[in-house]
Design a protein around this ligand. Sequence first.
Ligand code: HEC
Length: 318
Amino acid sequence: MDQRRTLTARVVTLVSALAAGIAAAASLAPPPLREMRWIDPGLPRAEVLRALTTEPAECLVVPVDVAHREKIAIGRAVFRSPLLLGGQAARAGISCASCHRAGRGNPHFVFPGVSGAPGTADVTSSLFSSKRGDGLFNPRPIPDLVTAPATVDRNPAKPDLRRFIHGQIVEEFDGLEPPAAVLDGIAAYVAAIGGRCGGDAARTATREAADAKAAVLAAQQLLAAADQPAAHMLMAAARSALGRLDERYVGVSGIDRRLAKRDAELRQTQLLAITDPAAASAALGRWTRRFDKDSEAMVAAQDRSLYSAAMLSAILPR
Ligand code: HEC
């Protein structure tokens, strides 16, 4: 009798331990979209849904001059790529655009150890920087790069903006020294956002796919200029855009396979570019033609992806 009771007690303990384990694993499971890791956990569900399906309008002023336009395209792509930033930020998947969404601000940004109130970040935090970490917790509001009064002079004739961004990448975020073309590109991009615009834009597969393709086209330009290190970074930026598409098409068969193939091709092309830039450039040309077909397939399947508010709503935790 006694023995049976102990056995029952043991079984109960085991079952509750298992249940606790499962619950813990579920709460540790990564969120369906990586960017959810830095959305204010106290944000109402409807607002989370809105943040994941829209973004502020990008107030980009596109110049007529082709060379200047190409520079901006480089900067725009890299601004969205976590690999530009080093250390913890890159590992977490944070890019310039995580804080400055579409070059604007982000009122819902919360990252443990870096943010105070939502929408703030301590950019001298030792979590992100081994060089600038000042040991003080002094988060500041993330400025909207369009509407907040600029404290850094963005006049392209002056070195201020370029110097500021260099410091951000190398010191604040522990990134590697960026190739000159990349640094020039980001400065050109930041200087070009600031037109009059407003409202929100829908986040769609079309836009994300266009971003991936633009990064590949920029990589091709850089290969033509024999700038392999910068081209490598732009291919990495394209791959991170593919990663964002992949998250949204999880379980949509056909699309996940296509994206995996395109990603593998880019990885091979990154290697090929080191020894044979001309062949790599030709490979990127073939890549864009295949990716155009993929993009059509993605648009056709968008309703089954997490770009659809209904699909997203079904998987968001209550
Ligand atoms: C973790 C969030 C975060 C990330 C990532 C980030 N920023 Fe910022 N950014 C800030 C904050 C906060 C400030 C305000 C700093 C201050 O007030 O001292 C700022 C300021 C700026 C400014 C100055 C605006 C002005 O004139 O006052 C520019 C330009 C800028 N960031 C561009 C970038 C670029 C380019 C990147 C990527 C290399 C980047 N930021 C990445 C949070 C971030």
